[in-house]
Design a protein around this ligand. Structure first.
Ligand code: NDP
Length: 293
């Protein structure tokens, strides 16, 4: 069997097009554009590339992009003051603070300073609580991208066995909540879990978000399972630097029913979902119907 390759890049492009169409409509209705503010602290090259991409795609969707670069000497109080200023700014509908932050800044304190209504990353405890209790939350972008791809690939997920590898606040935990909300039977696996292979082998849906290159092997996978590989790992191979996921793609592709590649799978969906969340935040701020995206 050779798995269907889930083309996250193409899906993300079509989602961005749909967002752009809706942005045009709400801009015509209100005379205002949705706005996304991104704060970058320090000079991490990978974060800079990511922030530049976000800004470019935000503008391409017809939204306003505001970028704030702060030195890594900025204090926690100064950063929170900037966040509070953006909370009050009516032209800003989404606020994203690029993580990780320098060690002297408490990330939780900064995230909690963001207005939950503008928390387009969905990391604020209010949004976490809303997600877990089945209320109208801002859903974190990476797991949101994963669930959209899964529903597009499999349709109804009800009753399926889902295994999530990883329990981080930004991927693993919200992913498990989203799968539970789709009526999956969910198991979360982490570094203290025993018999990981056996648990994975029972999964109809396997989401890997651990940060270990190619850890999920072909003999961990049930025949026909849907595999979502969130991992982004840079490795050196044959003298070249390349990105690989947490799944041993070349072998798992012969067992799985469907699989996301790395790159070109989950990654592009994350920014597309960020734009979607910014549009949703704008609609809520202006009492407009939320588009079903
Ligand atoms: P974290 O490091 O925050 O969490 C990793 C999780 O994996 C932890 O829960 C950890 O368990 C678990 N884990 C680590 N080692 C093992 C092991 N040997 N067996 C079982 N579980 C293990 O990572 P993130 O959730 O932030 O990211 C995970 C991956 O996804 C990374 O590669 C990251 O680059 C990628 N990523 C991709 C995104 C995208 O847009 N595509 C966005 C965000 C992340 P424990 O809790 O016990 O320590």
């Amino acid at each position: 069997m050779t798995a269907k390759i889930i083309d996250g890049k193409a899906f993300a492009a079509s989602l961005r097009e749909k967002v752009a169409t809706e942005v045009k409509k709400v801009t015509t209705t209100t005379g205002k554009k949705p706005g996304l503010a991104v704060i970058l602290v320090g000079e991490d090259p990978a974060s800079e590339v990511y922030v530049r991409n976000k800004g470019k795609q935000t503008v391409e969707c017809g939204m306003e992009s505001f970028e704030f670069k702060m030195p890594d000497t900025i204090s926690e109080t100064e950063l929170i003051t900037k966040v509070e200023e953006l909370n009050q700014d009516p032209t800003v509908n989404g606020i994203l603070v690029q993580l990780p932050l320098p060690k002297h800044i408490n990330e939780n304190a900064v995230i909690e300073a963001i207005s939950p209504d503008k928390d387009v990353d969905g990391f604020h405890v209010i949004n976490t609580g809303r997600l877990v209790t089945g209320q109208n939350a801002m859903v974190p972008c990476t797991p949101l991208g994963c669930i959209i791809l899964l529903k597009d690939t499999l349709g109804d997920l009800s009753g399926l066995n889902a295994v999530v590898l990883g329990r981080s606040n930004i991927v693993g935990k919200p992913m498990a909540s989203l799968l539970l909300a789709e009526n999956c039977t969910v198991t979360t696996v982490h570094s203290k879990t025993r018999n990981i292979e056996d648990i994975c082998k029972r999964a109809d849906i396997l989401v890997a978000a651990i940060g270990h290159p190619r850890m999920v092997k072909a003999d961990w996978v049930k025949e026909g399972a849907a595999i979502i590989d969130v991992g982004i790992n840079r490795i050196e191979e044959n003298g070249k630097s390349r990105l690989v996921g947490d799944v041993d793609f070349d072998n798992v592709v012969n067992i799985a029913g469907a699989i996301t590649p790395v790159p070109g799978g989950v990654g592009p969906m994350t920014i597309a979902c960020l734009l979607r969340n910014t549009l949703i935040s704008f609609c809520r701020a202006h009492n407009l119907d939320e588009p079903a995206l």
